[in-house]
Design a protein around this ligand. Structure first.
Ligand code: Q46
Ligand code: ZN
Ligand code: ZN
Length: 310
């Protein structure tokens, strides 16, 4: 098949709207769509300092690559989770990706700052529960300590659609109130944005391949992603039969999100006694879990030439 816009062979068939595109026109389409998402949802301005959280995987690498190409002022943060070989490999990929992108990379290794890797802590909590807490805290604290205006993550359309479906099936209204491409900053919470919000996972993979971004494909050994994978498989089946399902579902949700917001009580936040970050209790969940007596600080010395290993 030929590209819709030129005489070259098609690189990809887009399902919605059904179009064949050559590699160059696909790259152009993808980048234009990211730019439109940023504008439609007022995610970022060109004068803002953006921290991209990169895991070594495809979505975050593509986010950093495209934002950089579109002229946004980005730096990257990789959190090494201390999960054996998996984390070593992830860090290697993150470094290679940032070399290709030409963006500064900061690395926080949680084993170095907290003493244990994910999965090594003696606790009843499953690794993913305190991993999520730890990643969210470090991302925000790093951005806050270094005066970033926004944190960009690699969530794509499939991630959002499967998150919504799963939370609708369980009527987790609190989570349903918090979806969407933009979580505005408030207090000491830095604004969070998802520039790939309207692009499918398939498009993200095709873009990564098209621009030569290498990424880790192995799953984390703690991943119990069966639910997400089930949701994604169901949505892909629906999409196959009715192209545009995911997009309509997510767009519709954004219109109806207010229904869930009214259900959520606004919690009064105070400052954590240890780290000073917002907390519902006297000590925040992060400091409590890791038993901290002193706050962690991530202030980067800007005179350092090589930002790696901070
Ligand atoms: S939460 Fe769980 Fe992930 Fe952390 S422990 Fe691995 S699978 S990395 S997205
Ligand atoms: Zn073309
Ligand atoms: Zn704290």
């Amino acid at each position: 098949m030929k590209c819709k816009f030129c005489s070259k062979e098609a690189y990809i068939k887009l399902h919605y709207p059904k179009t064949y595109l050559c590699i160059d026109h696909f790259i152009e389409y993808f980048e234009r769509k990211v730019q439109r998402t940023i504008e439609r949802y007022k995610l970022l301005r060109k004068d803002e300092k953006v921290l991209v959280a990169i895991s070594g995987g495809k979505d975050s690498a593509v986010t950093a690559y495209v934002l950089n190409k579109l002229g946004y002022n980005i730096e990257c943060l990789h959190i090494n989770l201390g999960i054996g070989e998996y984390s070593k490999k992830s860090e290697e990929f993150a470094k290679r990706q940032c070399d290709l992108i030409g963006a500064p990379l900061h690395i926080v290794r949680i084993k170095e700052v907290l003493g244990y890797g994910i999965g090594e802590v003696k606790t009843r909590r499953p690794p993913c529960s305190y991993c999520g807490l730890t990643k969210r805290y470090i991302m925000n604290k790093f951005a806050y300590d270094n005066n970033f205006d926004a944190i960009a993550t690699g969530h794509n359309l499939d991630d959002e659609a499967s998150f919504l479906l799963n939370n609708l099936l369980h009527w987790n209204t609190e989570y349903l109130a918090k979806g969407g491409p933009l979580l505005p900053g408030e207090n000491k919470f830095v604004k969070k944005v998802k520039p790939l919000y309207e692009l499918t996972e398939r498009e993200v993979v095709a873009y990564a391949l098209a621009v030569g971004l290498d990424y880790i494909v192995e799953e984390c050994p703690h991943a119990r992603g069966a639910t997400t994978l089930d949701m994604k498989a169901i949505l892909n089946e629906l999409e196959e039969k009715r192209p545009g399902t995911k997009f309509t579902f997510v767009r519709g949700y954004l219109k109806k999100r207010g229904l869930f917001e009214v259900e959520v009580e606004k919690k009064e936040l105070r400052e954590c006694k240890i780290c000073g970050m917002p907390s519902s209790g006297e000590i925040c969940a992060f400091c409590r879990f890791w038993g901290l007596k002193e706050p962690l600080t991530f202030k980067v010395d800007r005179d350092e030439d090589n930002l790696r290993g901070t």
